[in-house]
Design a protein around this ligand. Sequence first.
Ligand SMILES: *[C@@H]1O[C@H](CO)[C@@H](O)[C@H](O)[C@H]1NC(C)=O
Ligand SMILES: *[C@@H]1O[C@H](CO)[C@@H](O)[C@H](O)[C@H]1NC(C)=O
Length: 319
Amino acid sequence: MRLCSFLCVLFICGCLSSYQAKLIRHKQNIVNDRPVIGILTQIVSDEVMKQYGSTYIPASYVKYIESAGSRVMPIRLTLTTAEYGNIFSRINGLLLIGGASNLETSDFARVSKIFYQLALKANEAGDHFPVWGTCLGMQLLTVLVSGHNFLTKATAENVASPLNLTRAAFSSRMFAGFPQELMKALQKEPLTGQFHHYGLTLKAFKQNLELQDFFSLISTNVGENGVNFISTLEGKKYPFYGVQWHPEVNCFQWDSRKNFPHLPHAIQLSSLLAQFFVNEGRRSLHNFDDPKEEALTLIYNYTPVFAGNFSGYEQIYFF
Ligand SMILES: *[C@@H]1O[C@H](CO)[C@@H](O)[C@H](O)[C@H]1NC(C)=O
Ligand SMILES: *[C@@H]1O[C@H](CO)[C@@H](O)[C@H](O)[C@H]1NC(C)=O
């Protein structure tokens, strides 16, 4: 009975756009209409930020997920493996955010690996569980998949760029619902904000069989040093996604010293990708047994700090 309250049966009808129709055309059209996406807190490395807390989540990531109709659960890096297992059975997807943590030895990497392995197992058993990595989060996914850290200098710091889409992009799940006009704009207009010094080169990607088997390459970009780097990845078999760029900034970050893309197509891109990921989460039927427990874990229990005067972010949640 309880499950029923978390489910909603949607019928594809003429009132849905073809984009929505594509996304919900799966298993009996049953979707979870109360999804919760977990966001791992990130380790603070900035000295000024350290006075507010040891881990954080920029509010832009939270708003990005919320804007697509999901709630957010912040996940701290200090819990036990058993506690992460419990959380996994309650949430409907995981977002690994950007930052500056070590990809192999940090708590961020350790906890990501626990969730990554749970997600692999769940998906193999037919329990759909999406994982999305942004910037460092995408880099971390490539380390988890290949067991190696292939990062090298591939600077694209504070630039907005179009994407060099591969052929696979046009049959990808991520961009499946994009209007043709947006696909064109994505290749011409500066719609993606890039904020990184290191990346995974196209060469490194092509030389690693694990990565090749696991991911379809969706886009590349060229760094300041002329190197071609991987900018968008999609799991072939698993609902795992990675972007070296930052879709969450387009609608929610405004520091005028930063090249955050705010063009109409940039807003559309960001909104459609947020909807895509949350819709992936709606296919997960994990849920909390206890509504009170659920309420206490959600991001609404925390208040973001105004951060515009000491960081490039507008607001930050500290933990
Ligand atoms: C796309 O690739 C071409 C050829 O490598 C390169 O000249 C161009 O700068 C790339 N565009 C972007 C946005 O990275
Ligand atoms: C930023 O602004 C807040 C609120 O006005 C203030 O309390 C805080 O001290 C400021 N921080 C810095 C580093 O200037």
